[in-house]
Design a protein around this ligand. Structure first.
Ligand code: 3H9
Length: 708
């Protein structure tokens, strides 16, 4: 037995406990330990049945994801194969009851399904989330799950990767009983009930598999959904193939198909990128100079200044997490409009089945509209979300400084302005921080947390922790113009407009980036956000641009014609009454005319150039941000782009993508653009150095940690 698995006995029932904190992953040593325990109890005549349970807060969260990188790098052959262990458990002559709390995910659910019975506490969750890592279940999950739950449920769980609750699992036939109260006690009692019954092997239970004919429609729909909802991803389609094999082939043959598909996925670029994302999402929570045990400020109540689109969305986010929130506007009409918008958004969520009416009623009670600052003294956290202008923000912060209690966090939702300047209007710059939400705030997962030069560690730690509580992924960024996300977005959009001015069509630019995997093309995003937003910012900051440098003008010229995008019914596209985008030949003609007047030569532009120009514009700016320390790590930039800007997760984010392409290749292309298009394409020094040294962006942090 290994240290990771313990075997005990209680009056004829063996208790096998896995203890591999924090999530009981099936790391090397765990399968071996379970195998030894099963062998021992199988031989022990005094034992009638066994309960297998997870120690600590969970059952088993799956295979050890860290091991996958070692396997693909050829550094690990793996120990005892998981599928072999699962056969051993299933073949055990005495019934094995799997007792589940926390999560049984991936290999954890596969382990559970190899047992003869499964019991769980009601709060437990089970799932086959492998597709989110770009792989499929690799220990017969696609073969055993349809045998317990039927093809429809199995294909849904394996292809979407979303977990289900214990009660759903009970209804689906995956679980045998829910245990209220102490799980181990309940599981032992259950084991005694079934101890004398013959063991039921999941792999021999074919009654729920259905016929191939019955299942054809299920798999066709699953494939259609996967192509739509997980566009560009290979793993969901592979998972569907594997589940389909379960319905058509004997168990052993199905397992062979699953294994081949699993290995193909494991060695794919998509899986490497998605595993990078899995660890990246956890890495961004770690701030080198802010220890994990830094004291946090309890946030039991909050206030939001400004009930516009952003302020209203932020109030909803806080209320959804159970935090009571004051919502302030300057006048009654604006306040009424803000509240009406919140009610409308909630009504849509109820209609879509995201929330129940009862949940929404409770949340609405937590949002208290107000016109004054009177009750702000009780707020632990205030988020300012007024119009984006420095003078107004400073006025608001001076007022907050006056009314808020000592120790309250004063946050700004600015997307571009200098946090230190905002903080200078208060007597407590240590309490001031940026919390940059993305629109719509109640939907988008990203929260850029902007560190001012005086922001205290407690304030930063609290905001990072709060981001998790409100269902966001918080990424700490430095205080530069546009912070990380918008600073990089500027050259990305600039290149998309340059490409138009050089001869590409609106549809060609957007479709190339959509095919690359972006949620939307850059021009369609401009229409959605409002072209006037960028136009105003460009006008405000024009004095900061180097004289003589090339400027993209087509978007501004459209704005001068009143074409602001969706809100005016026309921008880069025309919009019908349902806001559906239609190509507008007038835009093509106008851009050609403007380009001729500006003397810009027209040419055929390939899809490859569109993608390289747009993506490498992100990468080059990202490299500067990284070197200047405005992002802590390359992965922080990736997580920002995946969660705030629709960059495809299966490409790992812009910096990971560049590493995967090879920085030498990226640098050569950037140099070529520099020669052809001038100064704006000057290669970032970090990109140049890493390319010359044959390194990756991922190495930059290793270099930094080594010198720290
Ligand atoms: C699989 O099973 C394939 C099979 O078919 C078999 C093939 C042969 N491995 O998320 P948290 C770490 S694929 C390694 O912050 P929570 C995590 O990095 C796997 N490490 O906690 C973090 O480390 P750190 C399928 C793992 O309470 C720490 O544990 N399974 C693993 O918010 C705490 O994690 C999955 O995809 C792992 N499997 O959420 C499940 N899981 O502290 C993935 C976690 O150093 N895991 N870590 O940053 C989860 O969804 C969540 O971790 C869970 C807990 C819900 C379990």
């Amino acid at each position: 037995m290994s240290d990771l698995v313990q075997l005990a006995e209680e009056n004829g029932i063996a208790i096998i406990t896995i203890n591999n904190p924090p999530v009981n992953a099936l790391s090397p040593g765990v399968p071996e330990g379970i195998a030894a325990a099963i062998e021992q109890m199988d031989k022990d005549a005094s034992v009638k049945a066994a309960v297998l349970i997870g120690g600590g807060k969970t059952f088993v969260a799956g295979a050890d994801i860290k091991e996958f990188g070692k396997i693909t790098a050829g550094k690990s052959g793996g120990g005892l194969e998981l599928p072999t262990l699962l056969l051993k458990i299933e073949d055990c002559r005495k019934p094995v009851v799997m007792a589940i709390h926390g999560s049984a995910f991936g290999g954890g659910l596969e382990l559970a399904m190899s047992g003869h019975y499964r019991v769980a506490v009601p709060s437990a969750q089970i799932g086959q989330p492998e597709v989110k890592l770009g792989i499929i279940p690799g220990a017969a999950g696609t073969q055993r799950l349809p045998r317990l739950a039927g093809a429809a449920k199995a294909v849904e769980m394996c292809a979407d990767g979303n977990p289900i609750k214990a009660l759903d699992a009970l209804h689906a036939g995956i679980m045998d009983r829910l245990i209220e109260g102490d799980l181990l006690t309940g599981a032992i009692a259950f084991a005694r009930e079934i101890a004398d019954k013959p063991v039921r092997k999941t792999r021999e239970r074919n009654e729920k598999l259905g016929s191939a004919e019955e299942n054809d429609a299920i798999f066709a729909t699953a494939r259609e959904n996967a192509r739509k909802k997980q566009r560009g991803m290979a793993a969901p389609l592979a998972a569907i193939d594997a589940v389909e094999a379960a319905t058509k082939l004997p168990f052993d043959e199905g397992c062979k198909i699953e294994r081949k598909l699993f290995m193909d996925c494991l060695f794919s670029d998509q899986s490497k990128a998605l595993i990078h994302v899995f660890f990246g999402e956890r890495e961004v929570a770690k701030i080198p100079d802010i220890p994990k045990d830094t004291a946090v400020i309890p946030v039991n109540s909050a206030a939001v200044v400004g009930a516009g689109t952003m302020g209203g969305g932020i109030a909803m986010v806080l209320a959804n997490a159970g935090v009571p929130v004051l919502l302030k506007e300057a006048d009654q009409a604006a306040l009424d409009k803000g509240i009406a918008n919140i009610q409308k958004n909630y009504a849509t969520s109820v209609k879509r089945g995201r929330f129940t009416q009862a949940f929404v009623d409770e949340r609405l009670k937590l949002i208290q509209p107000t016109l004054g600052y009177d009750s702000f003294a009780s707020a632990d956290l205030v988020i300012e979300a007024v119009f984006e202008g420095m003078a107004l923000k400073k006025e608001v912060f001076a007022e907050l400084d006056r009314v808020c209690k000592p120790g309250a966090i004063l946050a700004s939702n600015t997307s571009t302005l200098n946090i230190d300047e905002i903080a200078s209007s208060t007597s407590r710059p240590q309490a001031v921080i940026g919390t940059h939400f993305f629109s719509p705030a109640n939907v988008m997962r990203l929260l850029e947390i902007v560190r001012g030069k005086a922001s205290s560690k407690e304030v930063i730690a609290t905001c990072m922790q709060l981001s998790k509580k409100i269902g966001k992924i918080g990424v700490l960024v430095g205080n530069c113009r546009g912070f990380v996300g918008n600073r990089m977005f500027h050259p990305y959009v600039r290149e998309s407009v340059f490409l138009l001015e050089e001869g590409a069509s609106v549809e060609a630019v957007d479709s190339a980036m959509y095919e690359f995997g972006m949620a939307m093309g850059p021009l369609a995003v401009g229409d959605l956000a409002g072209l006037d937003v960028g136009w105003r910012i460009r006008k405000e900051y024009r004095h900061l641009e180097k004289p003589g440098i090339r400027q993209a003008f087509a978007g501004d010229s459209l704005c001068e014609m009143g074409r602001y995008g969706q809100k005016t019914g026309a921008g880069w596209y025309k919009y019908d009454e349902n806001r559906r985008a239609l190509p507008d030949p007038e835009v093509t003609q106008l851009v050609r005319k403007w380009a001729a007047e500006a003397g810009i030569a027209q040419r055929q532009i390939s899809r490859e150039e569109i993608v390289d120009r747009c993506v490498y514009a992100l990468v080059n700016e990202g490299a500067r941000i990284l070197e200047d320390g405005y992002a802590l790590r390359a992965v922080d930039i990736d997580i920002i782009y995946l969660n705030g800007y629709g960059f495809p997760a299966y490409r790992g984010g812009p910096m990971w993508y560049a590493d995967a392409v090879g920085l030498k290749k990226v640098f050569d292309r950037v140099e070529e653009f520099h020669r052809r298009h001038g100064e704006l394409w000057e290669p970032a020094p970090l990109l140049k150095r890493l390319a010359e040294e044959g390194k990756k962006f991922a190495d930059f942090n290793k270099e930094q940690s080594a010198t720290a």
